[in-house]
Design a protein around this ligand. Sequence first.
Ligand SMILES: *Cc1c(COP(=O)(O)O)cnc(C)c1O
Length: 395
Amino acid sequence: MAEQKDISDWAFNTRAVRAGLAPTNEGEHSTPIFTTSSFLFDSAEQAEARFSGDEPGNIYSRFTNPSVRVFEDRLTALENGAWCQGTASGMAAVTGLCLAVLQQGDHLVASRSIFGTINVLFDSILPRYGIEVSFVDLADVADWQAAIKDNTKLLFLETPSNPQTAIGDLRAIADIAHQAGAELAVDNCFCTPALQRPFEFGADYVIHSATKYLDGQGRCIGGAILGNKPEQEETIRKFVRTTGPTMSPFNAWVFTKGLEILSLRMKGHCENAQKVAEFLNTQPNVKQVFYPGLSSHPQHELAKSQQSGFGAIVSFEVEGGREAAWKIINNTSMLSITANLGDTRTTITHPATTTHGRVSDEEKAKAGVTEGLIRIAVGLEDADDIIADIVRGLA
Ligand SMILES: *Cc1c(COP(=O)(O)O)cnc(C)c1O
Protein backbone atom coordinates (compact mmCIF):
# COMPACT_ATOMS: atom_id res chain seq x y z
CA MET A 1 0.00 0.00 0.00
CA ALA A 2 1.19 3.50 -0.86
CA GLU A 3 1.77 6.11 1.82
CA GLN A 4 -1.20 8.28 2.75
CA LYS A 5 -0.94 11.81 1.36
CA ASP A 6 -0.74 14.80 3.69
CA ILE A 7 -4.29 16.10 3.49
CA SER A 8 -4.02 18.97 5.95
CA ASP A 9 -3.91 21.57 3.16
CA TRP A 10 -6.89 20.12 1.28
CA ALA A 11 -10.28 21.83 1.42
CA PHE A 12 -13.54 19.93 1.91
CA ASN A 13 -14.30 18.72 -1.62
CA THR A 14 -10.74 17.61 -2.27
CA ARG A 15 -10.83 15.59 0.94
CA ALA A 16 -14.23 14.16 -0.04
CA VAL A 17 -12.82 12.89 -3.33
CA ARG A 18 -9.29 11.87 -2.35
CA ALA A 19 -8.78 11.46 1.42
CA GLY A 20 -8.12 7.94 2.64
CA LEU A 21 -7.15 6.46 -0.73
CA ALA A 22 -4.51 3.78 -0.25
CA PRO A 23 -3.78 2.23 -3.66
CA THR A 24 -2.42 -1.31 -3.84
CA ASN A 25 0.39 -2.18 -6.28
CA GLU A 26 -2.18 -3.10 -8.95
CA GLY A 27 -2.45 0.53 -10.07
CA GLU A 28 -6.23 0.75 -9.62
CA HIS A 29 -7.65 4.27 -9.75
CA SER A 30 -10.97 3.67 -7.96
CA THR A 31 -10.79 2.14 -4.51
CA PRO A 32 -11.28 -1.68 -4.49
CA ILE A 33 -13.57 -3.77 -2.28
CA PHE A 34 -11.62 -6.15 -0.04
CA THR A 35 -14.05 -9.02 0.48
CA THR A 36 -11.87 -11.08 2.76
CA SER A 37 -12.63 -12.18 6.29
CA SER A 38 -9.00 -12.71 7.32
CA PHE A 39 -5.50 -11.67 6.23
CA LEU A 40 -2.30 -13.66 5.63
CA PHE A 41 0.88 -13.41 7.67
CA ASP A 42 4.39 -14.03 6.28
CA SER A 43 5.36 -16.16 9.26
CA ALA A 44 4.33 -17.34 12.70
CA GLU A 45 6.54 -14.56 14.08
CA GLN A 46 4.59 -11.95 12.12
CA ALA A 47 1.26 -13.46 13.21
CA GLU A 48 2.37 -13.13 16.83
CA ALA A 49 3.51 -9.53 16.29
CA ARG A 50 0.19 -8.57 14.66
CA PHE A 51 -1.89 -10.15 17.42
CA SER A 52 0.19 -8.58 20.20
CA GLY A 53 -0.10 -5.17 18.51
CA ASP A 54 3.70 -4.83 18.13
CA GLU A 55 3.26 -4.65 14.36
CA PRO A 56 0.40 -2.68 12.78
CA GLY A 57 -1.59 -4.39 10.04
CA ASN A 58 -4.69 -6.37 9.22
CA ILE A 59 -5.65 -9.54 11.07
CA TYR A 60 -9.35 -10.14 10.61
CA SER A 61 -12.14 -8.02 9.13
CA ARG A 62 -14.02 -7.70 12.41
CA PHE A 63 -10.96 -5.67 13.53
CA THR A 64 -9.89 -3.82 10.39
CA ASN A 65 -10.52 -4.04 6.67
CA PRO A 66 -8.87 -1.85 4.00
CA SER A 67 -12.19 -0.87 2.38
CA VAL A 68 -13.64 0.14 5.73
CA ARG A 69 -10.43 2.00 6.53
CA VAL A 70 -10.74 4.18 3.40
CA PHE A 71 -14.26 5.18 4.48
CA GLU A 72 -13.13 5.84 8.07
CA ASP A 73 -10.13 7.93 7.03
CA ARG A 74 -12.19 9.95 4.58
CA LEU A 75 -14.97 10.69 7.07
CA THR A 76 -12.35 11.62 9.70
CA ALA A 77 -10.93 14.14 7.22
CA LEU A 78 -14.37 15.59 6.45
CA GLU A 79 -15.43 15.96 10.11
CA ASN A 80 -11.97 17.24 11.14
CA GLY A 81 -11.79 14.46 13.72
CA ALA A 82 -8.92 12.38 15.05
CA TRP A 83 -10.31 8.91 14.31
CA CYS A 84 -13.40 7.08 13.05
CA GLN A 85 -14.82 3.62 13.72
CA GLY A 86 -17.22 2.32 11.07
CA THR A 87 -20.18 0.30 12.38
CA ALA A 88 -22.89 -1.95 10.94
CA SER A 89 -25.62 0.67 11.39
CA GLY A 90 -26.29 4.07 12.90
CA MET A 91 -27.89 2.34 15.89
CA ALA A 92 -24.73 0.23 16.35
CA ALA A 93 -22.78 3.50 16.46
CA VAL A 94 -25.03 5.01 19.15
CA THR A 95 -25.16 1.80 21.20
CA GLY A 96 -21.42 1.25 20.79
CA LEU A 97 -20.55 4.75 21.91
CA CYS A 98 -22.84 4.63 24.96
CA LEU A 99 -21.78 1.19 26.14
CA ALA A 100 -18.10 1.91 25.52
CA VAL A 101 -17.96 5.19 27.46
CA LEU A 102 -20.68 4.66 30.09
CA GLN A 103 -20.94 2.15 32.89
CA GLN A 104 -23.35 1.19 35.63
CA GLY A 105 -24.10 4.22 37.82
CA ASP A 106 -23.34 6.79 35.11
CA HIS A 107 -25.84 9.40 33.97
CA LEU A 108 -26.65 10.30 30.37
CA VAL A 109 -28.47 13.52 29.43
CA ALA A 110 -30.17 13.35 26.06
CA SER A 111 -32.28 15.60 23.93
CA ARG A 112 -35.90 14.52 23.89
CA SER A 113 -36.03 15.20 20.13
CA ILE A 114 -33.95 12.31 18.88
CA PHE A 115 -34.41 9.54 16.32
CA GLY A 116 -37.22 7.27 17.60
CA THR A 117 -35.11 4.12 18.00
CA ILE A 118 -32.45 6.02 19.95
CA ASN A 119 -35.25 7.15 22.23
CA VAL A 120 -36.21 3.50 22.83
CA LEU A 121 -32.54 2.61 23.50
CA PHE A 122 -32.15 5.42 26.04
CA ASP A 123 -35.59 5.10 27.62
CA SER A 124 -35.94 1.35 28.05
CA ILE A 125 -32.66 -0.47 27.30
CA LEU A 126 -29.76 1.51 28.83
CA PRO A 127 -31.55 1.78 32.24
CA ARG A 128 -31.54 -2.05 32.43
CA TYR A 129 -27.73 -1.85 32.59
CA GLY A 130 -27.76 0.68 35.41
CA ILE A 131 -27.30 3.75 33.22
CA GLU A 132 -29.50 6.61 34.33
CA VAL A 133 -31.01 8.75 31.55
CA SER A 134 -32.61 12.21 31.64
CA PHE A 135 -34.36 13.80 28.67
CA VAL A 136 -34.25 17.55 28.08
CA ASP A 137 -35.54 20.11 25.61
CA LEU A 138 -32.94 20.35 22.82
CA ALA A 139 -33.36 24.08 22.29
CA ASP A 140 -33.43 25.06 26.00
CA VAL A 141 -29.84 25.52 27.20
CA ALA A 142 -31.01 26.05 30.80
CA ASP A 143 -32.75 22.67 30.71
CA TRP A 144 -29.42 20.98 29.81
CA GLN A 145 -27.69 22.77 32.66
CA ALA A 146 -30.43 21.84 35.14
CA ALA A 147 -30.18 18.14 34.23
CA ILE A 148 -26.48 17.84 35.12
CA LYS A 149 -25.70 15.61 38.13
CA ASP A 150 -22.50 14.51 39.84
CA ASN A 151 -22.52 11.28 37.82
CA THR A 152 -23.27 12.85 34.40
CA LYS A 153 -20.77 11.46 31.88
CA LEU A 154 -22.31 12.04 28.46
CA LEU A 155 -24.65 14.53 26.76
CA PHE A 156 -26.27 13.39 23.51
CA LEU A 157 -28.14 15.34 20.87
CA GLU A 158 -29.08 15.52 17.24
CA THR A 159 -29.39 18.90 15.50
CA PRO A 160 -31.50 19.75 13.60
CA SER A 161 -33.86 17.36 15.37
CA ASN A 162 -36.09 14.76 13.76
CA PRO A 163 -38.84 15.50 12.84
CA GLN A 164 -39.29 19.00 14.29
CA THR A 165 -36.02 20.56 13.07
CA ALA A 166 -35.27 22.19 16.43
CA ILE A 167 -31.67 23.42 16.72
CA GLY A 168 -29.34 22.71 19.64
CA ASP A 169 -26.73 25.35 20.54
CA LEU A 170 -23.62 23.19 20.09
CA ARG A 171 -21.14 25.60 21.68
CA ALA A 172 -23.28 26.28 24.76
CA ILE A 173 -24.14 22.61 25.35
CA ALA A 174 -20.50 21.52 24.85
CA ASP A 175 -19.48 24.10 27.48
CA ILE A 176 -22.07 22.73 29.92
CA ALA A 177 -20.73 19.20 29.37
CA HIS A 178 -17.11 20.19 29.86
CA GLN A 179 -17.78 22.24 32.99
CA ALA A 180 -19.39 19.11 34.45
CA GLY A 181 -16.45 16.90 33.45
CA ALA A 182 -18.68 15.18 30.89
CA GLU A 183 -18.52 14.84 27.10
CA LEU A 184 -20.86 15.82 24.27
CA ALA A 185 -21.87 13.44 21.47
CA VAL A 186 -23.64 14.85 18.41
CA ASP A 187 -25.60 12.78 15.89
CA ASN A 188 -24.67 14.67 12.70
CA CYS A 189 -26.89 12.59 10.43
CA PHE A 190 -29.14 15.36 9.12
CA CYS A 191 -26.45 17.89 8.22
CA THR A 192 -23.45 15.70 7.44
CA PRO A 193 -20.02 17.36 7.59
CA ALA A 194 -20.88 19.14 4.34
CA LEU A 195 -23.20 21.46 6.31
CA GLN A 196 -22.09 21.22 9.97
CA ARG A 197 -18.93 20.06 11.75
CA PRO A 198 -19.72 19.62 15.46
CA PHE A 199 -16.06 19.25 16.54
CA GLU A 200 -15.56 22.90 15.54
CA PHE A 201 -18.13 23.83 18.23
CA GLY A 202 -16.64 21.71 21.00
CA ALA A 203 -18.30 18.31 20.56
CA ASP A 204 -16.24 15.32 21.71
CA TYR A 205 -17.90 12.61 19.61
CA VAL A 206 -19.81 12.64 16.34
CA ILE A 207 -22.22 9.85 15.39
CA HIS A 208 -23.44 9.01 11.90
CA SER A 209 -26.08 6.86 10.37
CA ALA A 210 -24.24 6.37 7.06
CA THR A 211 -27.49 4.83 5.84
CA LYS A 212 -28.80 8.33 5.18
CA TYR A 213 -26.92 11.13 3.40
CA LEU A 214 -23.45 9.57 3.46
CA ASP A 215 -24.73 6.88 1.11
CA GLY A 216 -27.31 9.26 -0.29
CA GLN A 217 -29.04 6.76 -2.54
CA GLY A 218 -30.83 4.47 -0.09
CA ARG A 219 -28.69 1.37 -0.73
CA CYS A 220 -26.88 0.28 2.44
CA ILE A 221 -27.11 0.29 6.24
CA GLY A 222 -24.08 1.55 8.15
CA GLY A 223 -22.83 3.97 10.75
CA ALA A 224 -19.78 5.60 12.29
CA ILE A 225 -18.42 6.86 15.61
CA LEU A 226 -15.86 9.66 15.43
CA GLY A 227 -13.81 11.40 18.10
CA ASN A 228 -11.49 14.38 18.14
CA LYS A 229 -8.94 13.12 20.68
CA PRO A 230 -6.51 10.24 20.01
CA GLU A 231 -6.88 8.94 23.58
CA GLN A 232 -10.59 8.11 23.02
CA GLU A 233 -9.84 5.78 20.14
CA GLU A 234 -8.74 2.55 21.80
CA THR A 235 -11.79 2.33 24.11
CA ILE A 236 -14.18 2.59 21.17
CA ARG A 237 -12.24 0.29 18.82
CA LYS A 238 -11.87 -2.36 21.53
CA PHE A 239 -15.59 -2.25 22.24
CA VAL A 240 -16.65 -2.57 18.59
CA ARG A 241 -14.07 -5.27 17.79
CA THR A 242 -15.14 -7.30 20.78
CA THR A 243 -18.90 -6.94 20.49
CA GLY A 244 -18.88 -7.25 16.68
CA PRO A 245 -21.12 -4.64 14.96
CA THR A 246 -18.61 -4.32 12.11
CA MET A 247 -19.21 -2.42 8.86
CA SER A 248 -19.13 -4.64 5.78
CA PRO A 249 -16.45 -3.87 3.14
CA PHE A 250 -19.06 -3.63 0.40
CA ASN A 251 -21.13 -1.10 2.35
CA ALA A 252 -17.97 0.86 3.19
CA TRP A 253 -17.16 1.06 -0.52
CA VAL A 254 -20.66 2.37 -1.29
CA PHE A 255 -20.36 5.01 1.45
CA THR A 256 -16.87 6.03 0.27
CA LYS A 257 -18.29 6.62 -3.20
CA GLY A 258 -21.22 8.51 -1.67
CA LEU A 259 -18.83 10.85 0.16
CA GLU A 260 -17.16 11.88 -3.12
CA ILE A 261 -20.25 13.83 -4.16
CA LEU A 262 -21.57 14.65 -0.67
CA SER A 263 -21.46 18.43 -0.85
CA LEU A 264 -22.96 18.54 -4.36
CA ARG A 265 -25.83 16.35 -3.17
CA MET A 266 -26.38 18.31 0.05
CA LYS A 267 -26.48 21.56 -1.91
CA GLY A 268 -29.21 20.14 -4.16
CA HIS A 269 -31.15 18.75 -1.20
CA CYS A 270 -31.03 22.12 0.61
CA GLU A 271 -32.14 24.10 -2.45
CA ASN A 272 -35.12 21.81 -3.01
CA ALA A 273 -36.06 21.75 0.68
CA GLN A 274 -36.07 25.54 0.86
CA LYS A 275 -38.49 25.68 -2.09
CA VAL A 276 -40.76 23.00 -0.58
CA ALA A 277 -40.78 24.74 2.83
CA GLU A 278 -41.59 28.13 1.32
CA PHE A 279 -44.41 26.58 -0.71
CA LEU A 280 -45.93 24.80 2.31
CA ASN A 281 -45.72 28.05 4.27
CA THR A 282 -48.27 29.60 1.88
CA GLN A 283 -50.85 26.79 2.21
CA PRO A 284 -54.02 27.62 4.17
CA ASN A 285 -54.59 24.15 5.66
CA VAL A 286 -50.99 23.89 6.86
CA LYS A 287 -50.87 25.01 10.50
CA GLN A 288 -47.11 25.24 10.82
CA VAL A 289 -43.98 24.47 8.79
CA PHE A 290 -40.78 23.37 10.52
CA TYR A 291 -37.65 24.17 8.50
CA PRO A 292 -34.59 26.04 9.84
CA GLY A 293 -34.20 27.86 6.51
CA LEU A 294 -37.46 29.79 7.05
CA SER A 295 -36.94 33.15 8.73
CA SER A 296 -40.01 32.29 10.85
CA HIS A 297 -38.15 29.31 12.39
CA PRO A 298 -37.48 30.26 16.03
CA GLN A 299 -33.80 29.33 15.73
CA HIS A 300 -33.12 30.47 12.18
CA GLU A 301 -30.20 32.67 13.33
CA LEU A 302 -28.63 29.91 15.44
CA ALA A 303 -28.94 27.49 12.52
CA LYS A 304 -27.18 30.05 10.29
CA SER A 305 -24.35 30.40 12.81
CA GLN A 306 -23.50 26.71 13.00
CA GLN A 307 -24.68 25.26 9.68
CA SER A 308 -23.69 26.21 6.14
CA GLY A 309 -27.04 24.94 4.82
CA PHE A 310 -30.39 24.14 6.40
CA GLY A 311 -30.71 20.46 5.45
CA ALA A 312 -33.47 18.59 3.66
CA ILE A 313 -35.96 17.64 6.38
CA VAL A 314 -39.15 19.67 6.19
CA SER A 315 -41.97 18.87 8.61
CA PHE A 316 -45.41 20.42 8.68
CA GLU A 317 -48.53 20.12 10.74
CA VAL A 318 -51.93 20.00 9.09
CA GLU A 319 -55.41 20.68 10.44
CA GLY A 320 -57.42 17.51 11.08
CA GLY A 321 -54.93 15.22 12.86
CA ARG A 322 -54.07 11.69 11.77
CA GLU A 323 -56.94 11.32 9.32
CA ALA A 324 -55.97 14.45 7.39
CA ALA A 325 -52.26 13.62 7.49
CA TRP A 326 -52.78 10.07 6.20
CA LYS A 327 -55.03 11.37 3.43
CA ILE A 328 -52.32 13.75 2.24
CA ILE A 329 -49.72 10.99 2.28
CA ASN A 330 -52.03 8.59 0.41
CA ASN A 331 -52.98 11.19 -2.20
CA THR A 332 -49.41 11.77 -3.35
CA SER A 333 -48.39 9.67 -6.33
CA MET A 334 -44.66 10.25 -6.79
CA LEU A 335 -43.27 10.71 -3.27
CA SER A 336 -42.10 7.47 -1.65
CA ILE A 337 -44.07 6.45 1.45
CA THR A 338 -41.15 5.15 3.49
CA ALA A 339 -39.46 5.98 6.75
CA ASN A 340 -36.00 6.32 5.24
CA LEU A 341 -34.44 9.70 4.57
CA GLY A 342 -31.29 10.98 2.93
CA ASP A 343 -32.16 9.43 -0.41
CA THR A 344 -32.18 10.94 -3.90
CA ARG A 345 -35.92 10.17 -3.90
CA THR A 346 -38.19 12.36 -1.77
CA THR A 347 -39.83 10.44 1.06
CA ILE A 348 -42.98 11.22 3.05
CA THR A 349 -43.70 9.85 6.52
CA HIS A 350 -46.23 10.11 9.34
CA PRO A 351 -43.82 10.14 12.32
CA ALA A 352 -46.46 9.53 15.05
CA THR A 353 -47.35 6.09 13.65
CA THR A 354 -43.98 5.06 12.16
CA THR A 355 -40.61 6.39 13.32
CA HIS A 356 -42.04 7.46 16.68
CA GLY A 357 -44.68 4.71 16.93
CA ARG A 358 -42.96 3.00 19.87
CA VAL A 359 -42.35 6.23 21.77
CA SER A 360 -44.75 6.86 24.67
CA ASP A 361 -47.59 9.36 24.10
CA GLU A 362 -46.13 11.65 26.74
CA GLU A 363 -42.68 11.70 25.11
CA LYS A 364 -44.29 12.12 21.67
CA ALA A 365 -46.17 15.17 22.88
CA LYS A 366 -43.03 16.66 24.40
CA ALA A 367 -41.08 16.05 21.16
CA GLY A 368 -43.84 17.79 19.17
CA VAL A 369 -44.75 14.62 17.26
CA THR A 370 -48.45 15.30 16.85
CA GLU A 371 -50.99 13.27 14.87
CA GLY A 372 -51.17 16.00 12.21
CA LEU A 373 -47.41 16.12 11.63
CA ILE A 374 -45.94 15.00 8.29
CA ARG A 375 -42.22 14.73 7.58
CA ILE A 376 -40.82 15.15 4.09
CA ALA A 377 -37.19 14.26 3.43
CA VAL A 378 -36.67 16.26 0.28
CA GLY A 379 -34.76 14.45 -2.47
CA LEU A 380 -33.09 15.45 -5.69
CA GLU A 381 -35.99 15.35 -8.15
CA ASP A 382 -36.95 18.70 -9.70
CA ALA A 383 -38.50 20.87 -6.98
CA ASP A 384 -41.50 21.69 -9.19
CA ASP A 385 -42.40 18.00 -9.45
CA ILE A 386 -42.05 17.48 -5.70
CA ILE A 387 -44.29 20.48 -5.05
CA ALA A 388 -46.84 19.34 -7.67
CA ASP A 389 -47.13 15.99 -5.88
CA ILE A 390 -47.64 17.68 -2.51
CA VAL A 391 -50.35 19.82 -4.12
CA ARG A 392 -52.04 16.58 -5.19
CA GLY A 393 -51.87 15.45 -1.59
CA LEU A 394 -53.21 18.68 -0.16
CA ALA A 395 -56.08 18.86 -2.68
C1 LIG B 1 -31.59 6.61 10.88
C2 LIG B 1 -31.01 7.36 12.00
C3 LIG B 1 -30.27 6.71 12.99
C4 LIG B 1 -30.10 5.22 13.03
O1 LIG B 1 -29.37 4.75 11.94
P1 LIG B 1 -29.55 3.28 11.30
O2 LIG B 1 -28.52 3.28 10.24
O3 LIG B 1 -30.95 3.16 10.80
O4 LIG B 1 -29.28 2.29 12.39
C5 LIG B 1 -29.68 7.48 13.97
N1 LIG B 1 -29.85 8.82 14.00
C6 LIG B 1 -30.58 9.47 13.08
C7 LIG B 1 -30.73 10.94 13.16
C8 LIG B 1 -31.19 8.77 12.05
O5 LIG B 1 -31.92 9.42 11.15
